[in-house]
Design a protein around this ligand. Structure first.
Ligand SMILES: C[S@@+](CC[C@H](N)C(=O)[O-])C[C@H]1O[C@@H](n2cnc3c(N)ncnc32)[C@H](O)[C@@H]1O
Length: 199
């Protein structure tokens, strides 16, 4: 396919219905507008302060990514696209929807996507340098706990790590147990979206 050409899928289906230049339609995920606004505002604060990288663990079809890419020049994304127990993905279709959505927003150049596990990606990324992180993959307590520890290591001083579904049992338990020395404060964009600031 020629460089810059639309994939056959995008060409066939066109932009996502309800497309706006801002966020994807809310039907593409589980974030509310205030939550997307919160992600975007913090990512923008980080970018203004010279921290240009964001990281999203678990992207699904890219709704939160559509907010992060409005403010961060580079969003590192990871997803197995196999879903979580009880919430299976549509496999290849979800992968195609993510890439199609990024392209329909013209933000595909703001995203680096690894189709692997969160564990594998966190091991790959070595040093801090990330200003904004969203933890939103497998919501089992043990996995969220691993994601919190692994991602925190990569977060810059004064960076913010968001945790979605913070009111659900798995993330809630993992958050309660997470207390690194350099945790400045925990606040909530909404009861569902926690924001952990690093000292
Ligand atoms: C709740 S959805 C993410 C929603 C997305 N952040 C948004 O705002 O639209 C969870 C995603 O995490 C992915 N996932 C689950 N377990 C994972 C793992 N261990 N590693 C990477 N991705 C995983 C699933 O495939 C699914 O797409």
């Amino acid at each position: 396919m020629a460089k810059g050409a639309l994939s056959p899928r995008v060409a066939k289906h066109g932009p996502v219905p309800g497309f706006t230049p801002g966020y994807l339609p809310l039907s593409e995920g589980w974030m509310s507008t205030p939550e997307l606004d919160g992600l975007r505002a913090e990512a923008w604060r980080q970018t203004r302060n010279g921290r240009f990288h964001a990281l999203e663990l678990g992207v699904w079809k890219g709704l939160a990514t559509s907010a992060l890419t409005l403010a961060s020049p580079l969003v590192i994304c990871v997803d197995t696209f196999t879903g979580t127990p009880g919430e299976p993905c549509e496999g290849t279709d979800t992968f195609l929807d993510f890439t199609r959505n990024m392209r329909s927003l013209d933000r595909h150049n703001f995203v680096v996507l690894r189709t692997t596990t969160d564990d594998a990606l966190l091991e790959l990324l070595g040093t801090p340098g990330i200003g904004t992180i969203l933890v939103d993959a497998d919501h089992a307590t043990a996995q969220v706990a691993r994601d919190l520890r692994g991602a925190w290591r990569l977060l810059e001083t004064d960076g913010t790590m968001f945790v979605d579904d913070a009111e659900k049992p798995g993330p809630k338990a993992a958050l309660r147990a997470f207390a690194p020395d350099d945790l400045e404060q925990v606040s909530y964009v909404t009861p569902k979206l926690a924001a952990l600031r690093k000292r």
